[in-house]
Design a protein around this ligand. Structure first.
Ligand SMILES: [Zn+2]
Ligand SMILES: [Zn+2]
Length: 286
């Protein structure tokens, strides 16, 4: 008898590394994936359209939109595909293949080959595949992590869809530090944690000001910008701007990667029209 490896569960398990309850919860999470993907796609499309207004009227009011959906969809994809690959490599039967050569005693030399996994690389297909392999999951030494990571990614997708279409990220609450999201049409927002009311524009201005002086790599800027400005920006775009001389490279970090001032990137992003690259990025990573 073991203890279930999925945190924070401590149920005893009869067989395998995770308990039946956690496997059941995982199955429920995986069932939801197909619907969540549709909702996320709709959210991303909506946010892409919204993002196109940044730089005109809505930018003047200083109201970037919360844009977590594209990132959340990418995370979900990466978590599912990582575990599909891991399970396949751990459990799939090997095929014994003749190499066509013989050893010193004249016996044919063979190798054990893993067949490539025949699976459409879409989120619903990957989720369905995982549901078809509960015993592979149960018997995987890292089953606890698998259940935890997939549960977390699905929960984030649920929240990204709930927050849509347009909650404005206002940064941390000055009183308690909790993340504050406001409806875009409101001037005041009440912190859900401590109940204190704040002025949305003041919070947003403080958030952008605090970010402006930071130095960050292209990848870090690409991760931060959706929350700051409500639009997607690829690390590649940042590098392209730098190559074109529009954006100054600061001294590199200790690993030699060029750093950029976040404020410089924000200013450039604000004067550069958005294309509908959010949706395309997702499609390309498919
Ligand atoms: Zn459990
Ligand atoms: Zn608060």
């Amino acid at each position: 008898m073991f203890t279930c490896a999925a945190p924070p569960c401590a149920n005893p398990t009869i067989t395998g590394y995770v308990c039946g309850l956690c496997l059941g919860r995982l199955d429920g999470d995986l069932v939801e994936v197909a619907d969540l993907v549709d909702e996320l796609d709709a959210t991303i499309a909506r946010q892409t359209r919204t993002g196109q207004r940044v730089g005109s009227a809505s930018a003047e009011t200083g109201l970037p939109f919360n844009d977590g959906a594209a990132e959340v969809a990418r995370d979900l994809r990466s978590v599912l595909s990582t575990w599909v690959r891991d399970l396949w490599e751990t459990h799939a039967p090997r095929r014994i293949v003749l190499t066509g050569t013989t050893d010193a005693d004249g016996r044919p030399v063979t190798v054990a080959e893993l067949d490539p996994l025949d699976l459409d690389d879409t989120l619903p297909e990957m989720a369905a595949w995982l549901r078809r392999h509960p015993s592979w999951i149960e018997d995987h030494p890292a089953a606890g992590e698998l259940v935890d990571e997939i549960g977390d990614a699905v929960e984030r997708a649920r929240r990204a869809v709930d927050l849509a279409p347009a909650r404005v990220y206002c940064g941390p609450c000055p009183d308690c530090g909790a993340d504050v999201y406001a409806r875009p049409d409101r001037a005041l927002v009440r912190c859900r944690e401590c109940d204190v009311r704040h002025d949305v524009d003041a919070l947003r201005a403080a958030l952008l000001d605090a970010a402006r002086e930071h130095l960050a790599t292209a990848a870090e800027v690409a991760r931060a910008l959706p929350r700051l400005l409500g639009r997607d920006l690829s690390a590649n775009t940042v590098r392209t701007w730098a190559r074109a001389g529009k954006l100054a490279r600061r001294s590199p970090d200790e690993r030699g990667r060029p750093l950029y001032r976040v404020g410089d990137v924000i200013d450039l992003a604000l004067i550069t029209p958005t294309r509908s690259h959010v949706t395309r990025d997702v499609a390309e990573s498919a």
